[in-house]
Design a protein around this ligand. Structure first.
Ligand SMILES: [Zn+2]
Length: 362
């Protein structure tokens, strides 16, 4: 984002950015493979002998998707290189730990990280060893940083339904290691019907996993309706719901949350600008929403940046931003004692803090 030319505006914007960074935050929609550090990618490319750029600038250009892309399909191509670099347990463990540390550094106190374990077995890693590596990285970094982490296992729309059933069953065995959710993601235009994977959802539910899925990165409100048929607690994206008042009413009545990511939606070409994103309108209608980055590296974005854009470009008030942030702790896929502790921590901060974006008392 361009710096404001007026030094006074620049100073106040920078003060607010610092305040937003200090605000305790919760992020529920974040992909591991979209959040690989550039320096780590360089090292992995060298040590794993992967055909990839060998200098920082070229690697950054390869990992960050065009802004905007022409479609979800173009955005998804940005994941090919990180996935090629994430094919062994050591890499997965390290990348997970580093992502938690990155988030902790901007005071994200609770984060749910999702990834598709079936994408990481191309070089012979077993499914179970891959999941275990991510769980280990998450646990160690959580201990080190104090940020609570939960993991969501993502099945791919393009994968064989039977393979996704096996994945859901394997994932369920890690429920005591912080893997608490099941998700479906991937190209919607090519694979629009999540119903194909109903058995995987059933297996995940039977294993105790909480249910979410991606919808509406293509196909608008109709895709959100299709997702609802799988009876999720939450839907990743789904901004097109705003075009269908009956659907919004159903989301409200059923208490289904949309885990929104405005910058990512703009990047994928779903909304013409971040300002046009319906985050604020959905929230004001009473739809349960949360705010996330989707991808730290692919979108070159911190959660602090995303919060700032929600204030500046989408027009949320600071109180609305706070309510959305705090609300994530009501719909998160974690145990109630953990969430109650986090709510108390967030509320204690709020009791003494001036909300970022408001004028501090003089
Ligand atoms: Zn996503």
């Amino acid at each position: 984002m361009a710096e404001p030319a007026d030094p006074a505006v620049a100073a106040s914007s920078s003060v607010r950015h610092v305040a937003l960074a200090a605000m305790p935050k919760a992020e529920l929609h974040l992909h591991l493979d979209g959040s690989l550090r550039v320096e780590t990618a360089l090292e992995l490319a060298r040590t794993r002998n992967v055909d990839a750029p060998r200098d920082v600038e070229s690697m950054r250009a390869a990992l960050v998707a065009p802004m905007p892309c022409t479609s979800q399909a173009e955005l998804l191509r940005a994941f090919d290189l990180p996935i090629a670099l994430m094919q062994d347990a050591e890499a997965l463990e390290r990348i997970t730990a580093e992502l938690v540390e990155t988030k902790a550094a901007e005071n994200v106190r609770y984060v749910e990280i999702r990834w598709g374990p079936l994408l990481h077995v191309a070089r012979g890693l077993s499914l179970v060893d891959g999941i275990a590596a991510v769980a280990r990285g998450a646990r160690d970094a959580a201990t080190k940083t104090g940020t609570e982490v939960r993991l969501i296992c993502t099945g791919l729309r393009s994968h064989d339904p039977a393979a996704n059933v096996d994945l859901a069953e394997a994932a369920s065995r890690f429920i005591d290691d912080g893997l608490t959710g099941w998700d479906l993601a991937g190209g919607e235009e090519q694979f629009p019907d999540p119903e194909l994977h109903r058995s995987a959802f059933s297996a995940a539910r039977a294993g105790g996993l909480r249910i979410t899925l991606h919808a509406g990165e293509w196909g608008g409100a109709a895709q959100v309706r299709r997702a609802l048929a799988l009876d999720p607690e939450r839907i990743a994206h789904g901004p097109g719901a705003i075009d269908d008042p009956e659907l919004c009413a159903e989301l409200i009545a059923r208490g289904v949350t949309l885990d929104l990511a405005p910058s990512s939606n703009w990047q994928a070409g779903i909304v013409p600008s971040i300002a046009a994103h319906p985050l604020a309108r959905l929230h004001r209608l009473g739809v349960s929403v949360t705010l996330s980055t989707d991808d730290t590296t692919v979108s070159d974005l911190s959660l602090t940046d995303e919060y700032e854009r929600a204030l500046d470009q989408i027009g949320l008030t600071p109180d609305e931003l706070w309510a959305i942030d705090r609300h994530a702790l009501d719909v998160a896929f974690a145990d109630e004692p953990t969430l109650a502790r986090l709510r108390a921590e967030f509320d204690a901060w709020r009791a003494v803090a001036t909300l970022p974006g408001t004028t501090p008392p003089t």
